[in-house]
Design a protein. Structure first.
Length: 63
């Protein structure tokens, strides 16, 4: 069940690992993918991996 809104405002790399979105900036944080309802990226210097985009698409069509 997704309920979390994630807002990315600073430069970072977003990656996918074992069911989590990994945010790599000054600190590394993990967010369970099933909890994310909305991902809002406010900075054009954010890098996303193809694996993360594929995981989001798969989660979208599962529900």
């Amino acid at each position: 069940m997704s309920w979390r809104t994630v807002v990315v405002t600073s430069r970072c790399k977003l990656d996918y690992k074992m069911g989590f979105m990994v945010v790599r900036a000054e600190e590394t944080k993990k967010i369970f993918l099933d909890e994310i309802a909305i991902l809002l990226i406010e900075n054009p210097a954010v890098s996303l991996t193809g694996c993360l985009l594929e995981a989001f698409v798969e989660k979208r069509y599962e529900s």
